[in-house]
Design a protein. Structure first.
Length: 109
């Protein structure tokens, strides 16, 4: 059974959105990261599906590393006895930052 690409999904679920596909097709000479260029160069002689698997594995490793960094930062914050603020203060800060971001993006009414 052949699996057709998911053009209506999102990147979190592994699908490619229509907007992303259009952006990719509109790029003239796509710029790859050095890591991705190296991966593609190393897999040039492999079948297309094996290359795709190598690319997916690379993204999974990066996502795993990002998750680990997040976990480490959370652990450091929990372990820091001087970083406690009350919930009201935290939500005030979040709301202020959100309002500033909306205003900066031109979405403020």
């Amino acid at each position: 059974m052949s699996k057709t690409p998911n053009l209506t999904g999102n990147t979190k679920t592994g699908g490619l959105t229509q907007a992303s596909a259009e952006k990719i097709s509109a790029v003239d000479g796509m710029v790859l990261s050095p890591r991705m260029r190296k991966l593609l160069a190393e897999t040039t002689d492999q079948p297309a599906e094996e290359r795709r698997q190598a690319i997916r594995a690379q993204f999974a490793r990066k996502e795993g590393a990002t998750d680990e960094i997040g976990r480490r930062k959370i652990r450091e914050a929990i372990d820091d006895p001087g970083s406690d603020i009350d919930a009201d203060m935290a939500f005030e800060r979040l709301e202020r930052r959100h309002a500033e971001r909306i205003k900066a993006e031109g979405g403020g009414a």
